[in-house]
Design a protein around this ligand. Structure first.
Ligand SMILES: Cc1cc2nc3c(=O)[nH]c(=O)nc-3n(C[C@H](O)[C@H](O)[C@H](O)COP(=O)(O)O)c2cc1C
Length: 175
């Protein structure tokens, strides 16, 4: 009996970038879950001048930067950003919006016409301006629906991450 064993989809896999900022590791966990699903490349957005490892001091540093609308210098650069079909960009809610290094990151590339998928974690405040400010900074991009998780629930987020990715991109995890 003949069997079709060549049922593989030969169409090229979309190229995925996952850029994220994370101070205490929650957003990083979501970024890693996205990598597991999509096989994408991870890029950590890091300020050249690190934030204090003390929570209260970091909160103060971040507050000052937000008040000054600062664009702190960031490390490294994504090579060939134009090659990516989907760019996931993740960050924690800091003072109701994106950490300022994420503003720097978004301002460092021409993302017009790119498909962007923001994701964010928070400490109870929810999305606040995290999505709106992202959209404002990425005029001309195709911004998909975001993914949000409370920082305390990131360990249980994987099935939700998978569903979000499938709904927004049709990418499913290789089984
Ligand atoms: C500087 C700073 C500011 C924060 N501001 C907020 C806020 O305005 N609203 C909120 O819900 N959580 C706030 N949080 C909590 C973080 O959003 C939350 O813990 C997040 O999951 C941390 O992600 P990370 O582990 O990737 O850094 C803040 C945390 C820090 C360090």
């Amino acid at each position: 009996m003949q069997q079709n064993v060549m049922s593989q989809n030969n169409s090229e896999k979309p190229k995925v970038l996952i850029a994220y900022f994370s101070w205490s590791g929650n957003t990083k966990q979501i970024a890693e879950q996205i990598k597991e699903v999509t096989g994408g490349d991870l890029f950590e957005i890091e300020a050249v001048k690190p934030y204090s490892s003390n929570y209260n001091t970091c909160v103060d540093e971040a507050k000052k930067e937000k008040e000054n609308n600062a664009r702190p210098a960031i490390k490294g650069k994504v090579n060939n950003i134009d090659d990516y079909d989907y760019i996931f960009i993740g960050y924690p809610n800091w003072w109701g919006t994106m950490p300022m290094p994420v503003f720097t990151f978004l301002g460092s590339y021409d993302l017009k016409g790119k498909t962007l998928l923001p994701f964010y974690t928070h400490g109870g405040g929810g999305v606040q301006q995290c999505y709106k400010d992202f959209v404002k900074q990425t005029t001309g991009s195709n911004v998909k629906e975001g993914f949000i998780a409370n920082g305390s629930s990131v360990g249980r987020a994987k099935p939700h991450v998978e569903k979000w990715i499938k709904d927004q991109t049709n990418i499913t995890a290789a089984k």
